[in-house]
Design a binder for this molecule. Structure first.
Ligand SMILES: Nc1ncnc2c1ncn2[C@@H]1O[C@H](COP(=O)(O)OP(=O)(O)OP(=O)(O)O)[C@@H](O)[C@H]1O
Ligand SMILES: [Mg+2]
Length: 494
């Protein structure tokens, strides 16, 4: 073992039915480095990490940690050794306090009592040391996703963490929150902690990583010092082919107004008025908490509105439940796809068909050949990586689950589609496919509202941009007025 390596994965393989998730992967990690792990959706990144945390056992290979070889890890041992994994889906108890979550499974104070005051005090100390503006007494479910992320890191800091793994930590974060996270990563690195960092955002991999390893189809491709690779080369390593420019051109000939909001208030937002035309993409920008999702959930009937008018093709509508909205032809592809979009224990096929059937009781009809062809076509269109559409959604990689949600709504024949963070967690190749697909939907006359925290995406895809700030409308920009500076200053209320 090289002296500076804290961890070496050697010849790791893991087979699932129909999928070789990992195929003879060997990667070494150095003490105190930020090591990015990249690859397309389904490449095997999360699976590799799960062998490290002991969540799964590899079929073959060894894990050498500080010179000691292990055939596999078990979760307790992995934690004792100083390995801490923050998963794509958090692992917290939403009803408990921040402090209780941070010290989960540890006993604080004398005797057997779980001492609340001491726990809170210690938790607060850790949070303060991270410059996190979080109250340790707060209930976790009341936190923003960004702050939950920080609580996860605080959890790692209560133990003597040597290797911290973050699986797509910034996917739900805004730019400012990402900066905070990076400061903490820097601080940990200076303490000699090794950070394994999984992300689909190429720019940030260049910003914070020292080295980057690429996986493709379960195989190890290469480890390179980040300074010795450029964006195009990295994409080529991941995808295995050239990928064309990210924002495909589209001729925009907007039709009639499809969706219009007149002075809509409620659900934490006030006086929102805008119109989206057929064939148009309206970008919805703003900081997290600005009310973007809240506004669109009222349109979708998921949350009640207090006042104002919503018009669909000129007719006033009053959706009081998402099923009303779906019947009217309004679809919402939610931000939190795990909770709002998918039935994890059912196959891909059923999840997608449901959108057209509307009702699971029509199960028998699902077997029709036409329906299968349609689903297969959609699965191909959004490039879900799976051996079959009979695969349970829970067995798909994070990004592929998102693609299933997209496919589901494409099947539903909507007039208005609301995309909430459409490409979060989606790899660079598939991203391009999804953009092309949105353009195709526009060509078919659908009106799209796209909520996005990704500045490049908002600028690249929108025909107009509505910026919200603290629950109010800060401005609507026409294409000629688009710029990052304008959006940011509107979003921050300047
Ligand atoms: N329990 C399982 N049963 C069957 N297949 C699985 C299981 N877990 C993972 N897979 C498959 O293994 C492959 C690798 O998945 P993994 O989650 O590691 O991908 P990933 O690189 O993390 O992708 P993403 O960027 O989308 O998160 C995928 O094809 C996935 O469907
Ligand atoms: Mg993953």
């Amino acid at each position: 073992m090289e002296e500076q390596n804290i961890l070496e994965l050697k010849h790791i393989s893991k087979q699932y039915t129909g999928v070789k998730a990992l195929d003879d992967v060997s990667i070494s990690f150095r003490r105190g480095e930020v090591h990015a792990l990249m690859g397309e959706n389904g490449a095997g990144k999360s699976t590799l990490i799960k062998t490290l945390s002991g969540a799964i056992r590899p079929d073959e290979g060894e894990i050498v940690f500080e010179g000691v070889s292990h055939a596999h890890m078990d979760p307790h041992q992995s934690m004792e050794l100083g390995i801490h994994v923050i998963y794509q889906e958090f692992n917290m108890m939403p009803e408990l306090s921040v402090a209780e979550n941070i010290f989960m499974g540890q006993r604080i104070g004398s005797g057997k009592l779980f001492n609340k005051a001491i726990t809170e005090e210690r938790a607060q100390k850790i949070l303060d040391s991270m410059h996190a503006k979080i109250n340790a007494k707060e209930t976790v479910k009341n936190l923003s996703v960004a702050n939950m992320q920080l609580v996860e890191i605080a959890k790692a800091l209560t133990r003597d963490v040597k290797v911290l793994v973050m699986d797509e930590p910034t996917a739900p974060l805004t730019d400012a929150e990402v900066e905070t996270l990076f400061e903490i990563v820097d601080m940990l690195k200076k303490k000699g902690v090794t950070i394994i960092y999984i992300s689909h955002r190429i720019a940030e991999v260049f910003q914070i990583s020292d080295r980057v390893s690429v996986l493709r189809d379960g195989k190890f491709i290469k480890t390179v010092p980040t300074s010795q690779v450029d964006r195009d080369e990295l994409i080529r390593l991941m995808v295995g082919r050239e990928v064309s420019d990210t924002y495909p051109k589209r001729d925009f000939t907007p039709g009639d107004v499809v969706l219009e909001l007149q002075d809509v208030s409620g659900n934490g937002v006030e006086h929102i008025s805008f119109a989206v035309r057929s064939g148009e993409i309206l970008g919805l920008s703003g900081l997290v908490g600005a009310g973007r999702t809240e506004t669109m959930r009222m349109v979708f009937g998921a949350d009640p509105m207090d006042s104002g008018i919503i018009l669909l093709n000129g007719q006033s509508i009053h959706p009081t439940h998402p099923s009303d909205a779906v019947k009217l032809g309004i679809g919402l592809i939610p931000e939190d796809r795990k909770q709002q979009g998918l039935l994890l224990n059912l196959p891909i096929f059923t999840n997608i068909s449901m959108a057209t059937m509307g009702d699971i009781s029509h199960f028998t009809v699902l077997n029709s050949r036409k329906e299968k062809e349609k689903v297969n076509h959609l699965v191909d269109t959004v490039t879900v990586k799976t051996p079959s559409i009979a695969q349970l959604v829970r067995n798909l990689s994070g990004g592929n689950q998102q693609k299933v949600v997209l496919a589901k709504w494409l099947a539903a024949n909507c007039k208005v589609l609301i995309f909430d963070e459409p490409t979060r967690g989606i790899d660079v190749g598939a991203r391009h496919e999804i953009y092309k697909l949105m353009n195709e939907l526009c060509r078919q006359g659908i009106a799209i509202v796209m909520i996005s925290s990704d500045m490049e995406e908002i600028l690249g895809m929108s025909d107009r941009i509505l910026v919200l700030c603290e629950g109010r409308q800060a401005g609507i920009l026409e294409r000629e007025e688009f710029s990052q500076e304008t959006i940011l200053s509107l979003a921050s209320g300047q």
